[in-house]
Design a protein. Structure first.
Length: 131
């Protein structure tokens, strides 16, 4: 799973932290890609306590490289959704602002506000790729 972070959501959105904690029982690897305006070391320090997370330095690879090794993309409302969509990777949104930003894409069913619902859909997606 690739998580793209945006400055307006902060480094550790509660929904994401809770979902990552809940997902530690499953074979899910989270790749965290902070927006270039974030301090990479600070982001890395915030996620290094999770054994199922890798923080990717956005200055060392482009978004397509990060997306190419993932089966699912999660973001608040990042335009990286368009990049993911262009290569057939589904995006789940965690911020309702995405509904107004991408109203031409019909994304309502991919907006999550609770960690248990987000994790449930993640597990469905991950299982789809493992069978």
């Amino acid at each position: 799973i690739l998580l793209t972070l945006q400055p307006r959501l902060g480094i550790t959105p509660n929904l994401i932290v809770e979902t990552i904690r809940l997902s530690t029982r499953y074979p899910i690897l989270w790749k965290i890609r902070p927006h270039p305006r974030f301090n990479f070391l600070e982001v890395n320090n915030n996620y290094n306590s999770f054994n199922n997370c890798i923080v990717c330095d956005p200055s060392k690879s482009d978004i397509h490289t990060s997306l190419s090794s993932c089966k699912l993309h999660i973001t608040g409302f990042s335009s990286s959704f368009i990049d993911a969509n262009s290569i057939g990777i589904k995006t789940f949104f965690i911020d309702k602002r995405a509904l107004s930003y991408y109203k031409n894409y019909n994304i309502g069913s991919f907006l999550f506000q609770e960690s248990k619902h987000l994790l449930s859909r993640i597990l469905k997606e991950v299982n789809q790729f493992q069978t």
